[in-house]
Design a protein around this ligand. Structure first.
Ligand SMILES: *[C@@H]1O[C@H](CO)[C@@H](O)[C@H](O)[C@H]1NC(C)=O
Ligand SMILES: *[C@@H]1O[C@H](CO)[C@@H](O)[C@H](O)[C@H]1NC(C)=O
Length: 586
């Protein structure tokens, strides 16, 4: 009864998450808060750095000081571009820039200093603390697209953002780190503007207070106003592994530009715990989706994926190797070990009509070593994996991984092309081949899989009556939205810079025209409720998350730019597409 099982598992998962997010209070409320000792600024706000820690760091790991190692080149040697190719790329990037400019000017007009523009109604939303998320997230895009006037106007506005308070009760520490801290760091690295460095420090000081717990593990969904009042804090028992495992790049870069090791130390402590437990999980080599921060136990949960809720944990491993100039072996080791498990248990080749040689990063449920259940799912979020494998292949000289990178990226390109609007939905399921060597297309097996997923019998009449919106090879579409996400173009961009594959430029252009065509509104671009519609008229949602201008449009612009603009040999991108300067090759 697969259907029943699925529903039971949904209900359990939903219940667990409801509990996690609604009822789990990381604060020990019985502890009386000391209103004394918290220095107040003039406007009644808090100087985060002056709050006395309740659990001071005992031994601080300093930022590694060794000379960076010589790293293998990441970028393909492009040589001189043909004039006609250069012209074509220029036209394409100008079109990307036009779309960005339109979004930016609408943001300025209707949502300035707010987190997001609502692209249909022309209003705004505060979704990430209310600290002007779209503005901060887009600073480096403005710089890269050479919109210097708008850039300096935005830098001036940044001075007015107040990180001593928030319009929201709870702050997502991970999102604050990747969008705000990452945004300031990259814009500072690109422009050298001291005001941005200062702002990065302000965010850093604020978030650092979320680490003031008995074991120095952070509270990832953080009630900052309680912290400001001096409540004692404890890290929660259930948190998402990506939210604790991918703060490293931003914290390390902040230590690098300030010379203060405290941020590096804060996340290094977390990664040492991941290191120690890598082989103790239910799927040795990988870590599960939820982990226990209170006890620093990362081994218990049974669900494994490279996708949502785990993704950037893995993505940051090779990127940290690059950012640290290879002086700490731990990151390369964690990466190679986890990817060898992912290749065995997570990454699969789907059965498709033309036998395309593509790969998809799915999920696995592992209750114990003998009951491993593979889930042949493809999430849009997982489409970053091709770029990760491409970067890792170069940095660690793994030619075999470059092949994987190509096939994973092609898997997402395939999934875009398979749907009527040329856009891949948020989550789809496919039929796996028994091995990565592939398998012949079997229409009967596909149809039977679709019926099974619907809980219907594979009778002759059922086999004929079918959801017309399922392209061959796709079994179920648990989430039909497209919310302007970047991961597919991210991998196309990275793989292009790494391999020089020219066909990727046309794939990128197809993605761009399809996305813009379907999402463009009078003011900007909007999320879509369903990209599987066949009448060409997808319903729009009044939402444009900051990653559209921070990531999606930036990667589209860069893929059509000259290949030394933000070269991957000099820069490494955080998971919000913010480039940090790498140490110079010795
Ligand atoms: C195709 O799939 C059906 C159902 O799973 C199976 O019975 C049949 O043997 C398969 N055909 C081939 C040629 O493998
Ligand atoms: C844009 O969308 C319309 C309606 O779906 C379609 O007819 C047209 O071909 C699309 N244009 C491009 C360039 O994709």
């Amino acid at each position: 009864m697969p259907r029943l099982t699925r529903w039971v598992s949904y209900i359990l998962t939903s219940a667990a998450f409801l509990y996690l997010f609604l009822y789990h209070n990381p604060f020990i409320l019985t502890d009386s808060f000391s209103s004394s000792g918290i220095p107040k600024a003039k406007h009644g706000s808090v100087h985060w750095e002056k709050i006395p820690p309740k659990y001071p760091v005992e031994t601080m790991t300093p930022l590694p000081t060794g000379a960076p190692r010589r790293m293998p080149p990441v970028q393909y040697d492009f040589g001189i571009e043909k004039a006609e190719d250069a012209t074509k790329s220029e036209e394409r990037r100008n079109e990307v820039k036009r779309v960005f400019e339109k979004c930016w000017s609408s943001y300025k007009k209707h949502a300035w200093m707010k987190d997001e523009l609502t692209p249909i109604t022309g209003g705004y939303k505060n979704t990430f603390g209310g600290w002007a998320a779209t503005l901060v997230d887009s600073l480096d895009t403005l710089w890269i697209m050479n919109m210097k006037e708008e850039f300096y106007e935005a830098v001036e506005a940044v001075g007015k953002i107040d990180f001593t308070t928030s319009v929201m009760d709870e702050v997502n520490v991970f999102e604050t780190t990747i969008r705000y801290l990452g945004g300031f760091l990259a814009a500072y690295d690109l422009s050298g503007e001291q005001a941005l460095r200062q702002k990065a420090i302000e965010v850093g000081e604020m978030i650092y207070v979320a680490f003031d717990t008995p074991n120095r593990m952070p509270i990832t969904r953080w009630q900052l106003h309680l912290a400001a009042k001096g409540y004692r804090q404890e890290a929660p028992e259930h948190i998402l592994v990506a939210e604790i495992g991918s703060l490293t790049m931003e914290f390390t870069r902040l230590s690098q530009i300030t010379g203060d090791s405290k941020w590096y130390d804060a996340t290094h402590r977390i990664m040492k715990a991941f290191d120690k437990q890598q082989d103790e999980t239910k799927l040795p080599g990988m870590w599960p989706v939820t982990v226990n921060a209170r006890d620093a136990d990362f081994t218990q949960d049974t669900w494994f994926t490279l996708s949502a809720m785990a993704d950037s944990l893995y993505e940051y491993l090779p990127k940290m190797h690059a950012l640290l100039g290879g002086v700490d072996d731990m990151y390369a080791r964690l990466y190679e070990r986890s990817m060898s498990t992912a290749l065995e248990s997570i990454i699969f080749r789907p059965m498709v009509p033309e036998k395309d040689d593509i790969l998809i990063a799915g999920n696995a449920r592992v209750r114990n070593p003998t009951s491993e259940k593979h889930e042949p799912q493809n999430q849009h979020l997982a489409c970053y994996a091709g770029g990760m494998f491409a970067l890792g292949a170069k940095l660690l000289s793994r030619a075999d991984h470059l092949q994987i990178a190509n096939k994973l990226t092609d898997g997402c390109i395939y999934s875009y092309r398979a749907f009527p609007l040329g856009i891949m939905p948020e989550i789809v399921e496919m039929v796996p081949c028994p091995t990565k060597d592939g398998c012949d297309w079997n229409e009967t097996a596909w149809r039977a899989a679709v019926l099974e997923s619907e809980g219907r019998e594979p009778t002759e009449s059922n086999m004929k009556v079918f959801d017309k919106r399922l392209p061959p090879g796709f079994v179920r579409i648990p989430d039909r939205r497209y919310i302007l996400r970047p991961e597919a173009i991210e991998s196309v961009f990275v793989l292009y810079r790494v391999s020089g594959r020219q066909d990727l430029l046309d794939s990128a252009w197809d993605m761009f025209t399809a996305i813009n065509n379907a999402t463009e509104t009078e003011l900007a671009n909007s999320a879509l409720a369903d990209v599987t519609v066949t009448d060409g008229k997808p319903r729009r949602q009044d939402s444009m998350e900051s990653f559209w201008t921070a990531e999606t449009l930036k990667y589209f612009y860069l893929v059509f730019s000259e290949t030394d603009l933000v070269s991957l040999d000099e820069w490494v991108f955080n998971t919000e597409a913010h480039p940090f300067r790498r140490p110079e090759n010795a």
